[in-house]
Design a protein around this ligand. Structure first.
Ligand SMILES: NC(=O)c1ccc[n+]([C@@H]2O[C@H](COP(=O)([O-])OP(=O)(O)OC[C@H]3O[C@@H](n4cnc5c(N)ncnc54)[C@H](OP(=O)(O)O)[C@@H]3O)[C@@H](O)[C@H]2O)c1
Length: 247
């Protein structure tokens, strides 16, 4: 992405987890940061805007509120995400699919649509999407999640091509497992949030025009197909399916 100082940044999904941590890093680096989310608990905090990315009206209200207070807004981060495990042998999993796609994929697309006209009119800005290592290397316990994040990756690639020449940069954050959102309890390999954010900020500073923000811990996911490790890794990552009923 990105010059990372003197920007005005809206992190949608910045009330908890990676988004909240990134918001603090951006503040520390000399940026103005607004965070968005649904949770009423954080609504009283300064710079927090209520937004539900599964609700198109809510997105437009949040957009208007943010742009009225910050007409110089020039960075939008689409961090909101739902991570849900599913048992595809039970058709009831579709409820999880619906939430996942509505939040992670449609939500990302709608938030970008809400801000694109503003950024085009400014003639500069940055859109930072958030996919996952799972976009590139499945974790079979989370099929719709993987599909949504592969969708975010593919969409980001086309968005960048369509916005070429407008002055808007498009970059993609590709986190590996991070010790947030309950990962810290179930995944001992999850990276501590601060370790992850240290590396992200270093990468942003060192390579401001990178299309993808790839910390070392996600390279094995990102390049598994190229490196010939894909089949073996998918098999290994299928082991947790044993935790599902009747397996
Ligand atoms: N943690 C990981 O291992 C990992 C790995 C790869 C990628 N990622 C991705 O990184 C992003 C952040 O994950 P995280 O671990 O920080 O998760 P988290 O701690 O659960 O935070 C998720 C954020 O998204 C917001 N959110 C969820 N549903 C929303 C909705 N409908 N509308 C608006 N905001 C919504 C939440 O705020 P409210 O609850 O206030 O709405 C919260 O701020 C997600 O896109 C996730 O898929 C995470």
């Amino acid at each position: 992405m990105v010059k990372i100082t003197n920007r005005t940044v809206f992190i949608v999904g910045g009330t908890y987890g990676i988004g909240r941590g990134l918001a603090q890093r951006f503040v520390d680096a000399g940026n103005t940061v607004i965070v968005g989310g649904r949770s009423p608990k954080t609504q009283g905090e300064r710079g927090t805007v209520r937004i539900d990315v599964t609700d198109p009206d809510s997105i437009l209200r949040a957009r208007d509120q943010v742009l009225e207070a910050h007409p110089d807004l020039d960075v939008v981060v689409t961090m909101s995400g739902a991570m849900i495990t599913e048992d595809l042998r039970d058709p009831a999993h579709i409820a999880a699919t619906e939430v996942t796609i509505a939040t992670n994929l449609l939500g990302t697309i709608r938030v970008i649509d809400a801000f694109t006209p503003h950024l085009i009119a400014r003639g500069s800005g940055t859109i930072l999407t958030v996919s996952s290592g799972i976009a590139f290397l499945p974790f079979p316990l989370m099929p719709s999640y993987g599909a949504s994040k592969a969708g975010v990756h593919a969409y980001t690639e086309s968005l960048r091509a369509q916005l070429a020449g407008t002055g808007i940069e498009v970059a993609e954050l590709v986190p590996p497992a991070i010790a947030t959102a309950g990962q810290e309890k179930i995944n001992p390999a999850a990276l501590p949030l601060d370790t992850y954010l240290d590396e992200v900020m270093e990468l942003l500073a060192a390579e401001p025009t990178a299309h993808e923000i790839l910390v070392k811990g996600v390279l094995m996911h990102r390049w598994a197909e190229r490196d010939g490790t894909y089949a073996e890794l998918v098999e290994r990552r299928s082991q947790p399916l044993n935790t599902l009923p009747n397996r």
